[in-house]
Write a protein that binds this ligand. Structure first.
Ligand SMILES: CSCCC(=O)/C(O)=C/O
Ligand SMILES: [Fe+2]
Length: 178
């Protein structure tokens, strides 16, 4: 199955739960594309030698890459980082993540400011555009290993909402007609 995404309910249950509406309201890749979110499915078992990944990196200029394992006891300051990742924020650059193992959720805001939950599984590569409000959480399996890609030297700085006056936010909203 391809990437699965859905509109979230507003319950304040554990962030790691799916938070689906009842009935479920799924979101297509086409709808995600209209928000500037792009997706590739790759073979994560061969990521070290995968020509498809190489091609994407070359074409998109993703010169930088590192790998982060998000798991208690593996990631320094695990609780603090997870809390930070789940604060609604934006970046000045695209966020590009490739899930090598495990799974996790990225949440993005749609044009009406509703949360869309994107279920990322092994082999999923996603790009979130600079200026989009989003957040990240592990799911109930509590483990993921992801490749972080970047054009040039990475800048991890996150700006929590509200960041509406930032140029990049204005650029994002006008480009995607929000
Ligand atoms: C899977 S990488 C950790 C999440 C992250 O870096 C980020 O910026 C989330 O929005
Ligand atoms: Fe982010």
């Amino acid at each position: 199955m391809g990437l699965e995404a859905w509109y979230m309910n507003c319950s304040d249950e554990d962030q790691r739960k799916p938070h689906r509406l009842n009935p479920n309201q799924s979101v297509s890749l086409d709808e995600l594309r209209k928000l500037g979110v792009f997706y590739w499915k790759l073979n994560a078992d061969t990521y070290e030698t995968d020509p498809e990944l190489e091609k994407i990196r070359k074409e998109q200029g993703y010169s930088y890459m590192d790998i982060i394992t998000i798991e208690r006891d593996r990631l320094p300051n695990y609780e603090e980082k997870l809390k930070m990742f789940y604060e609604e924020h934006l970046h000045l650059d695209d966020e590009i993540r490739y899930i090598l193992d495990g799974q996790a959720y990225f949440d993005v805001r749609d044009k009406e400011d509703r949360w869309i939950r994107i279920a990322m599984k092994k082999g999923d590569l996603i790009t979130l555009p600079a200026g989009i409000y989003h957040r990240f959480t592990l799911d109930e399996t509590n483990f993921t290993k992801a490749m972080r890609l970047f054009v040039g030297e990475p800048v991890w700085k996150a700006y929590n909402r509200p960041a509406d006056d930032f140029d990049i936010r204005q650029k994002y909203t006008s480009f995607f007609s929000l």
